[in-house]
Design a protein around this ligand. Structure first.
Ligand code: PLP
Length: 420
């Protein structure tokens, strides 16, 4: 049967046909082709046993990615920020004390979210481009005795990674729960949730997991799950007979109420939102790709790509940003040379002339550094060489002289050395 399309002079625009790009900014990055294919398979009803089985598989896959035995390992619909809001909004009740060490823009985000849900937030700050010694955070935890310590693992705004091992000892002493934003690190560098004693960790797909933005894998320890269950309230229209809510104050958001999400992801399948079917397929396939490669092999591929990129940038006479000891492998900060002003013309030409996206940064680093991502599917030699060759050409056109082929040669060498 033919669709009865009404002719009109309305403009329906053209079919989607995005230009080919190599996404080497701080995320989103190019998606694994298998993940794109997974997103195009048919819908299933949200209570179809086949679909709920996929939900269970997703829980099991992300336990492996997060290196945890946590039962409550599931997806929050929405970008990484949705996972962060669900964790902090469910763990932090009005008046609870929260400590947020800030070493970049995303520490400010955790501060804001914790404050918006009524937390009494205190901060310690360090200059952007550095991180905290673990002992400094531990001492502050002992002093403040917060209910929640919320911190970023890898802050893409400054390209720095905060060491996390060793924080749990201090936090056990004070009964503090540790929340970690691992958006920029999951799948890219080791994140040992159980070994490091982390209680709630949230991430996204669009960085080292090389999926589309829109699903946030989260894991919760038993301690975190207990804290959440003390605030558990079931929505009025679906309460079972004899229902009595928990003593604690209800979570202020319905969508991001972890107690309700847990009911939905448990065998009860108590209805909450309609799970984003295609995003669940995507998240499932991202984890399968990452685990099939092997976590350690994936970390090494990320490390190798960033070593080669950094060797190339340095050979081109550019200066890398931040404390060399604590740079994240997934994104490299590079200082914008004076000849290139705020760096926007170079970024534009990289995009328009070479189809390569690189990023700038935020706050006082905006226009001061470029951020070049080496995440997920992007971490391959041809991409690194393409980026360096293109950057060399664009820099030269913009008045910054680069020794010919220096970047590409140094990156080649870095890859050759790694291959032995
Ligand atoms: C460290 C970090 N946290 C949180 C976010 C927010 O993620 P989303 O944009 O997926 O909500 C980002 C995004 O770049 C990030 O880099």
């Amino acid at each position: 049967m033919k669709l009865n399309r009404k002719k009109s002079d309305q403009n329906f625009f053209s079919e989607l046909d995005p230009s080919p790009r190599l996404l080497m900014g701080p995320g989103p990055v190019d998606v694994y082709p298998r993940v794109l294919r997974a997103m195009s398979v048919p819908m299933l009803g949200q209570f179809d046993p086949e679909f709920t089985n996929y939900m269970n598989e997703v829980m099991e896959l992300y336990r492996q990615v997060y290196r945890t035995r946590n039962h409550w390992t599931l997806l929050v619909n929405g970008t990484a920020r949705a996972g962060i809001e669900a964790c902090l909004g469910s763990l932090v009740a009005p008046g609870d004390s929260v400590l947020v060490p800030r070493f970049g823009r995303f520490g400010h985000l955790l501060t804001e979210i914790s404050g918006r849900v009524g937390g009494e937030v205190s901060n310690i700050d360090t200059e952007w481009g550095g991180v905290f010694p673990v002992e400094q955070i531990a001492d502050e935890v002992k002093r403040v005795r917060p209910k929640v310590l919320a911190l970023v693992h890898g802050d893409t705004s400054t390209t720095m990674a905060q060491p996390l091992a060793g924080l749990a000892e201090a936090c056990r002493e004070t009964g503090t729960l540790i929340f970690v934003d691992a958006t920029a690190t999951l799948g890219g560098i080791p994140l040992n949730v159980d070994d490091w004693g982390l209680d709630a960790v949230a991430s996204g797909l669009q960085k080292c997991m090389s999926g589309p933005p829109g699903s946030a894998p989260v894991t919760l320890s038993e301690r975190a799950a207990e804290a959440i269950s003390r605030r558990k309230h079931i929505e009025a229209g679906i309460r079972p007979e004899g229902y009595r809510g928990a003593e604690g104050p209800p979570v202020s958001s319905n969508y991001f109420d972890f107690g309700m999400l847990m009911d939905y992801w448990s065998p009860r399948r108590l209805n909450h939102h309609t799970e984003s079917t295609s995003m669940l397929y995507a998240a499932r396939e991202c984890a399968r790709v990452v685990l099939e490669e092997g976590l350690e092999a994936g970390f090494e591929r990320h490390a190798q790509a960033s070593r080669a990129l950094r060797a190339g940038l340095t050979a081109m006479g550019l200066e890398l940003f931040g404390d060399p000891e604590n740079r994240i492998v997934s994104v490299t900060g590079v200082k914008i040379p004076n000849a290139c002003g705020n760096g926007e013309k170079v970024r534009r030409e990289m995009l328009q002339d070479f189809g390569i996206e690189i990023g700038t940064s935020f706050g006082h680093l905006a226009g001061k550094i470029w951020r070049i991502g080496t995440m997920g599917n992007v971490c391959r030699m041809p991409n690194i060489l393409r980026c360096l060759a293109s950057l060399e050409a664009v820099l030269r056109r913009n008045g910054y002289s680069v020794p010919p082929n220096s970047g590409v040669d140094a990156a080649y060498l870095a890859y050759a050395e790694a291959a032995g």
